[in-house]
Write a protein that binds this ligand. Structure first.
Ligand SMILES: *[C@@H]1O[C@H](CO)[C@@H](O)[C@H](O)[C@H]1NC(C)=O
Ligand SMILES: *[C@@H]1O[C@H](CO)[C@@H](O)[C@H](O)[C@H]1NC(C)=O
Length: 490
């Protein structure tokens, strides 16, 4: 690993105590001085738990970097050193307010690159609702937005060969510098001859295999396995093998988590100079710390502003997002601790189960972006009990950007890219006992301590998970694909 974070808290404490105990024996007469040293050391490491000087010091060929590029500082903040013509293949382009994670990524990234002056052409399926004057809609003529090329056919139905024809025509007019495929939008049979292609993987089959294991282990002893789940379980290993064989046809791979990068290098055996880790980002203007907004929201939904400890969960309320685990663990927790509340933002089959838990569980349904912002500010800690470790959950990043500690399943992607320091939150194995233990620990720590952790989370999130950081990292990758001189960092 190129970067190692400072030792986690427990190690830090034992290291300091052993080390300084010995010193105190030997140098008894310098006790007062040492106290100052100890105090100074522990305060400074607590305030900046994750700032690693290695990051600033790193230099070399970016193609060999095995850590997330988000950790680097990119010069050219103002304007890019070269303007690129970029082709994007995306099955869908968002037009509504709640697009899926992959479309959101494509939209956030490529509107940012277009704003920086790059000429971005998006090849996609017919838009689902294109009369709303969305900033990315084809009616837009602004040169600072991506140009959208929808192929013919049914709305939302992706036909890669039709998109390829449109691309081919534009590419003949003037060749693209870089081609970007969101996942397998461009199949490997067409991608294999393109040297200047990068593909972003939003979840790979090896992660689905892990996910199936966690999901089945969360099944109760007397609960039958659904035939659909059994089918997917039996189908997943051939899928992994198939992916390993065809992934090689794509030239550059972007992994959206550190652990996915590791799998692509170590299990999929893709040469490391072709695997690049760039974490997804969330809009830094959409989520930020706002204490009064949070307090207002608490009183609006009837949570006592004083003395309560508020947990929050958001997203689709379905089984594979781990809601059976949280439901059970939380129903035990509220019996023991009368000041604990849970806010549930989202809809799905588990909505009614949560309502059964009484007045301290606030089930609010799906939320508008502005309510969601207030929701994150109203909680003390964000819970993500997911059993699906594919990709990287944006809700965890949004909560951290809003200045909140998090508690999440201990999956390689989360451990490797999000809760990389004990100071940012808690992790548990995806089972009820482990989640219950972690929740008890959260209650013991209390709101004040959680607020400190939230501050550390926010600093880390602001340095790693912003949409502008993501866009700068992709820009640098695309520049490096066009011209080797841009691969040399800084
Ligand atoms: C799951 O599918 C396999 C293979 O199709 C079959 O042999 C097995 O009996 C099924 N198990 C359950 C619990 O349905
Ligand atoms: C909350 O606590 C503060 C002081 O700790 C007190 O002044 C205030 O009245 C309390 N508010 C409520 C709603 O209990």
């Amino acid at each position: 690993m190129a970067f190692t974070y400072k030792p986690k808290k427990p190690h830090l404490i034992s290291f300091h105590s052993n080390f300084y105990t010995t010193l105190l024996f030997i140098l008894a007469f310098t006790v007062p001085l040492l106290f100052i040293v100890v105090l100074h050391t522990s305060t400074s490491s607590r305030c900046t738990p994750f700032v690693s000087d290695n990051v600033k010091a790193w230099s070399g060929n970016l193609r060999n970097a095995q850590f997330a590029w988000n950790r680097l500082h990119f010069p050219h903040i103002q304007s890019p050193p070269d303007l690129l013509k970029i082709a994007v293949f995306s099955r869908k382009w968002p037009t509504g307010t709640t697009p899926g994670g992959m479309e959101r990524h494509a939209y956030t990234l490529h509107t940012a690159l277009a704003r920086r002056g790059h000429r971005v052409h998006v090849f996609t399926s017919p838009l689902v609702d294109n009369n709303r004057g969305h900033p990315g809609a084809p009616t837009s003529t602004s040169s600072s937005s991506p140009r959208i090329h929808c192929h013919e056919g049914e709305a939302g139905k992706w036909k890669y060969n039709k998109a390829w024809e449109l691309f081919d025509e534009e590419n003949r007019r003037q060749p693209f510098d870089v081609i970007h495929s969101e996942s397998v939008a461009l199949p490997h049979s067409l991608a294999r001859n393109l040297k200047n292609l990068a593909v972003s993987w939003h979840g790979i089959a090896l992660e689905s295999l892990q996910s199936s294991i966690y999901q089945d282990l969360a099944r109760k002893p007397n609960e039958p396995m659904s035939p659909a789940f059994n089918d997917s379980l039996y189908g997943v290993v051939p899928k992994v093998l198939n992916e390993i064989r065809f992934f090689h046809n794509y030239n550059h791979h972007v992994a959206i988590s550190d652990s996915c990068g590791e799998m692509l290098r170590d299990v999929y055996q893709i040469p490391r100079s072709r695997v690049h880790v760039i974490l997804n980002g969330v809009d830094e203007n959409g989520f930020r710390n706002d204490l009064s907004l949070g307090l207002e929201f608490r009183s609006k939904i009837g949570v006592p502003v004083n003395g309560s400890l508020v947990l929050g969960v958001a997203g689709r309320l379905v089984k594979d997002k781990g809601h059976p685990l949280l439901y059970e663990a939380f129903s035990k927790l509220i019996k023991k601790h009368p000041h604990v509340h849970l806010i549930v933002a989202g809809s799905g089959p588990w909505e009614n189960r949560y309502k059964e838990l009484g007045p301290r569980v606030h089930v609010l349904g799906s939320m508008s972006p502005s309510d969601l912002k207030a929701f994150y500010n109203a909680i003390d800690i964000f819970v993500n009990p997911t059993l699906r470790p594919q990709g990287l959950d944006l809700t965890l990043m949004e909560a951290m950007m809003s200045g909140k500690a998090v508690i999440a399943s201990r999956f390689p992607s989360i451990k490797g890219s999000i809760v990389v320091n004990d100071e940012f939150g808690f992790m548990f194995s995806p089972n009820v006992e482990s989640l219950s233990e972690a929740l008890e620990e959260v209650v013991r720590e209390g709101p004040k301590r959680l607020a400190q952790m939230g501050k550390a989370s926010q600093e880390y999130a602001a340095s790693m998970f912003t949409a502008s950081k993501m866009a700068l990292a992709y820009e640098r990758l695309f520049l490096c694909i066009k011209n080797d001189i841009f691969c040399v960092y800084p």
